[in-house]
Design a protein around this ligand. Structure first.
Ligand code: ADP
Ligand code: MG
Length: 729
């Protein structure tokens, strides 16, 4: 360990790289080794049990108790061979993190020995002591507790010494208490709706999976520095801190070489991921210093969601082994790029087709255009729900802060596809002559290239960009559970596809040919969803003005964005597709509003403590040193000399006094606002009070503190500085 002198911390230890040595040569030797995948199942299950599990995964068929016992016995044997001693139902409650309660296989026998016990009942259902998970009042109203149930569609795995059983979390009366239940329902809805529409083109389409490829951004800081920052420990972000002289203006971090210490960390993350079958593939530096990214190969959305949750856990656990802490917060450092989690989304069929990829024939491209245009239409009509789905106190710092997509939802498709849609829009309504149709197919639809040039160099300022063979939802926050945006996106597109089918069928019933009917409806959709399409710079002020003219909403804060979840349209939509009933939706809404104000409350308290206990005392100490110095100078220097040389120091003393006074006044006012807010019973109103009356003090107080940081002796400053956290490896 190297001894380094840091600001304020009289001494701190900078950690040296922890060497990670992969015991294997190639990842193919251990990839998926800790997943109870088809290979492991074939080895450990009878043929009958294997087929039952597969049909549960693929068709959602039930597994009976007898079969569950067999499966459990096999899982137990397999997991013990991987070093497991405990099992847990692994689930994703509404708190954002993952939850698990470990139970040992171990069970003492009467003769004083012990056996490893795990049966079908334990596999299928468990009752975690979960009364402290947020439930928005559902459990209080209906039942005292919820239970977790095995979700066979996501594979069981061994993490550390625990057999983890991916599960859903529901109340005894069946209400969803987690992120997975609505996601699974939404994936079912998009499957049904997309199959119906897909069959206009190919009768062999019988299953459509939504696919998700996430890209996770995060920051790494040294563990010692992390612990010296109460704001990082308590809130995951810095509440004060002056920007370093060198920020990201040099652009030298992005794709730059990865420091050795970080590299070793990343190799171990990759190793852990690959054992668990998480197909992480790319790793690189991000725009900001200290910021990095991992992205896997895309997977079926349900599995990808689980893998992202697990991945965030792995990032954190492995970081500790390397004396790092990871910061998943969307905006850990002011003035430095924040972190997001792009959600790349598409639809893939059992026939091996990506429905959002252009192909080489007109027929294939009409299929593509159908799904492409329906997606745009869905986002146009329900942009508010997308906004609600990405809302969180931490993501508010990113949206609209000129580094990430703005809080205005729009869709980017690139010039080539814009031209195609413009051509289609010009079509006359009604039946087309055979010649016209042939021409259209050959010259417009048939001409869509398989590789779209401008989409590889796509618009980075768009929140929802088409990137050649998928849409990329770029506004999702780095802390988010992908299940939330994926539930909303798949639901709104499913609803749109159902609507499309209805309208096309009506035209067909009136005697129109299928192709004509499809063209006619698509043309209408292109017209009615023009407002959402935007190819320009999403960060510009001009766009805000233009968006307002188009009637697009700009909702910069979470409490108001969440309101979109509980409009009549949203309630009807989620109920119609069986995603969330009104009770479930209202419960979620309340939990999210509560989560919002609790986050701001914690930040506000942390900031109060920080200024009271660390910043102000340090400033007073330094001020006193300066004052004593001035008094002594006055004693020893001739009057004229003293008057000439002491002015700057006197000014410093005055400035420090004024800033201390401003900080104390503002933090006093903030505490008063907090008290007022805490007296409000209603969750939404309290969230708004925190948003509108407490949060604005953060910036003001920080401004004064950051000025003090520049004035005060480096060795006295009580917090590690940005340059130390971001540049020291
Ligand atoms: P980048 O966005 O960095 O340019 P890529 O465009 O290659 O990188 O891919 C980004 C992400 O998109 C990856 O995680 C990849 O797995 C995912 N992706 C690629 N194709 C699909 C698809 N059909 N469905 C969902 N995600 C996809
Ligand atoms: Mg991307």
């Amino acid at each position: 360990m190297a001894l380094v002198r840091f600001s304020g911390l009289a001494q701190a230890f900078l950690h040296q790289p922890v060497e990670f040595v992969n015991p294997f040569n190639k990842s193919s030797e251990y990839y998926g080794s800790h997943v109870f995948n088809q290979k492991a199942m074939r080895e450990y299950l009878s043929k009958e049990a294997y087929e039952r599990v597969l049909s549960a995964i693929e068709k959602g068929n039930k597994i009976d108790r007898y079969m569950a016992d067999q499966v459990a016995t096999a899982m137990k044997a397999w997991s013990i061979s991987k070093g497991a001693s405990h099992y847990t139902h692994w689930f994703q409650p509404l708190t954002g993190a993952t939850a698990e309660k470990h139970d040992a296989f171990f069970e003492p026998t009467e003769d004083g020995h012990a056996i490893e016990k795990f049966n079908g009942g334990m596999l299928v259902q468990a009752e975690p002591d979960a009364s402290s998970f947020p439930n928005g009042g559902i459990r209080n109203t209906f039942e005292a507790r919820g239970y977790t149930a095995w979700d066979p569609t996501s594979p069981v795995f061994v993490f550390g010494s625990t057999l983890c059983i991916p599960s859903v979390f529901v109340s005894y009366t069946g209400e969803a208490l987690d992120h997975k239940v609505p996601l699974l329902r939404a994936l079912q809805a998009i499957d049904h709706a997309a199959v119906e529409v897909g069959q206009y083109f190919d009768k062999n389409i019988s299953k459509v999976n939504a696919t998700l490829g996430w890209e996770q951004e995060y920051f790494l800081v040294d563990e010692a520095l992390f612990h010296a920052r109460p704001d990082l420990v308590m809130t995951g972000r810095t509440l004060v801190g002056h920007s370093p002289a060198k920020g990201q203006q040099m652009d030298d971090h992005y794709f730059g070489s990865i420091p050795e210490r970080v590299m070793s960390y990343m190799r171990e993350v990759e190793y852990e991921c690959h054992k668990l079958g998480i197909p992480v593939k790319t790793r690189h530096n991000e725009v900001a210093p200290g910021q990095y990214e991992f992205a896997p190969i895309y997977e079926e959305a349900n599995v990808a969601v689980d893998h992202n949750s697990l991945f965030m856990d792995i990032l954190d656990k492995v970081a500790r082994r390397h004396a790092f802490r990871i910061l998943l917060h969307e905006k850990p450092f002011a003035g430095i790029n924040g972190s997001g989690k792009h959600n790349n989304w598409s639809l893939s069929t059992n026939t091996g087709i990506n429905l959002l990829a252009p192909g080489s024939t007109p027929k294939r491209n009409l299929l593509f255009l159908t799904f492409f245009i329906n997606t745009i239409k869905a986002v146009n009509d329900r942009a508010d729900l997308i906004r609600a789905a990405i809302a969180a106190a931490s993501n508010d710092h990113r949206l609209g802060a000129n580094e990430a997509p703005p809080a205005i939802i729009s869709v980017f498709i690139g010039t080539q596809l814009s031209e195609v849609l413009d051509e289609l829009e010009k079509l006359e309504s009604g039946k087309m002559s055979p010649e016209k149709k042939t021409e259209l197919k050959l010259n417009v639809v048939g001409k869509i290239p398989e590789i779209l040039l401008d989409n590889t160099d796509r618009n980075r300022t768009s929140p929802f960009a088409f990137t050649g063979n998928k849409f990329e939802l770029r506004a999702v926050g780095s802390t988010a559970n992908c299940a939330v945006p994926m539930t909303v996106l798949n639901t709104i597109v499913a609803d749109q596809l159902v609507q499309f089918k209805k309208e096309v069928d009506a035209l067909i019933k009136n005697g129109m040919k299928k192709d004509d009917a499809i063209f006619n409806i698509l043309k209408e959709y292109i017209k009615s969803s023009k407002a959402i399409r935007f190819e320009g710079d999403g960060y510009s002020d001009a766009w805000k003005v233009e968006a307002e003219k188009r009637g697009l909403k700009n909702t910069p804060d979470t409490p108001r964005a969440l309101d979109f979840y509980v409009t009549q349209d949203a309630k009807d939509l989620f109920a119609k597709h069986g995603i969330l009933n009104e009770v479930e939706l209202e419960a979620r809404y309340e939990i999210l509003q509560e989560e919002y104000y609790k986050k701001i409350q914690i930040e506000s308290r942390t900031l109060s403590d920080l200024v009271q206990n660390q910043i102000v005392p340090t400033a007073i100490q330094y001020q006193s040193i300066l004052s004593q110095n001035v008094m002594r100078l006055k004693e020893v220097l001739p009057v004229e000399t003293f008057t000439r040389v002491s002015r700057e120091q006197m000014d410093m003393i005055i400035e420090i006094s004024e800033r201390i006074s401003a900080i104390l006044t503002q933090s006093g006012e903030m505490i008063e606002e907090r008290k007022k807010a805490n007296n409000i019973a209603h969750a939404r109103e309290r969230a708004l009070a925190y948003c509108d009356h407490v949060k604005p003090y953060f910036e003001q107080i920080r401004y004064e503190v950051d000025k003090l940081e520049l004035l005060i002796d480096n060795e006295m400053w009580p917090l590690p500085k940005y340059r130390e956290m971001l540049y020291i490896r």
